[in-house]
Design a protein around this ligand. Structure first.
Ligand SMILES: C[S@@+](CC[C@H](N)C(=O)[O-])C[C@H]1O[C@@H](n2cnc3c(N)ncnc32)[C@H](O)[C@@H]1O
Length: 280
């Protein structure tokens, strides 16, 4: 699905209208900024400038992005391993890099089925790298906006069996869905579509993990330069995404503190909450 109806709001964020982002290198895109910090090549001057300005306001931003990616790896290993999940719906995939969800899951369970969804044209251009499934499993890519929830669920159902547990991963995406788009309703709609025994993993910027001045300055800078509208939320607001679910230990914590692996001592503060919930 491709449409060209996202609009830039006055503050540089996207308006409430869902759709694929236009390809526009003059303004920073979240996916390309993340790619730049993770050492990728799919970024432009505007993306790099936004990262540099963000780092001035909040020097731990690069640590946060790397800690988020490491969280993705630990979460998917937990889900495919301990939790025994074989179906994944990864929304807000990002530009492919090392350790994509299907690679992590299929290294543990080759038969894993993984559906990716993102609305950024650069991610779409690289989608082939996400379709390199182990022959025992399968992967699929959906070009759609999380706010077009029905589109994602309908297309995902072509590969995933929604009568069996699914792990939904929403990592570093929900904090660019503004309140006006009701992200809690969107996440609830996705989780309503999957059966008991399914999981939800979220990472999300937390206002109360920053000092107020850094939070305000960083938010102002990023929202002036980035296409998306960065919207960090309080711990209570992030916890509400898991309403009715059982949080897996250690609960909702900074991503670097979620089941850290030995030898990965903290080198910063991510200010990102991370958690995994199980639908009872
Ligand atoms: C920071 S990246 C995170 C990538 C990956 N989930 C990870 O944690 O490593 C966020 C991704 O979400 C995508 N994204 C942001 N808003 C979205 C929306 N409304 N619908 C679909 N994708 C979106 C961006 O294009 C970007 O690729």
């Amino acid at each position: 699905m491709t449409s060209d109806n996202a609009e830039t709001a006055a503050d540089g964020g996207t308006s409430g209208r869902a759709g694929s982002l236009p390809f526009d290198t003059s303004v920073a895109h979240q996916a390309r900024m993340y790619d730049y910090v993770l050492g990728g090549k799919d970024n432009y001057a505007a993306d790099r400038a936004a990262v540099e300005a963000g780092l001035k306001a909040w020097p731990d931003m690069a640590f946060a992005m790397r800690a988020n990616r490491a969280f993705l790896g630990r979460v998917v290993r937990y889900l495919a391993g301990e939790a025994g999940i074989r179906q994944f719906l990864d929304i807000g995939t990002g530009i492919p890099t090392a350790g994509n969800t299907h690679q992590v899951a299929q290294a543990i369970a080759p038969e894993s089925l993984v559906v990716y969804a993102d609305y950024d044209p650069v991610v779409l251009a690289h989608a082939r790298a996400l379709l390199t499934s182990h022959e025992a499993g399968a992967t699929e890519y959906i070009d759609a906006d999380l706010r077009d929830t029905d589109t994602i669920l309908d297309q995902a159902a072509q590969l995933l069996d929604f009568t069996k547990p699914v792990a939904v991963t929403l990592l570093a995406i929900v904090h660019v869905i503004p309140d006006s788009d009701d992200p809690h309703a969107i996440v609830a709609k996705v989780m309503d579509a999957v059966p008991p025994g399914s999981y939800l993993a979220i990472s999300h910027a937390g206002t109360d993990l920053f000092d107020k001045e850094t939070n305000d300055t960083f938010r102002g800078v990023i929202n002036q330069m980035m296409r998306q509208r960065y919207t960090p939320r309080s711990r209570e607001q992030v916890a509400r995404f898991f309403a009715g679910m059982d949080l897996v230990e250690p609960g909702l914590v900074p991503v670097e503190d979620w089941r850290p692996e030995p030898g990965t001592a903290d080198a910063g503060t991510s200010a990102l909450y991370g958690g995994v919930g199980r639908k009872p």
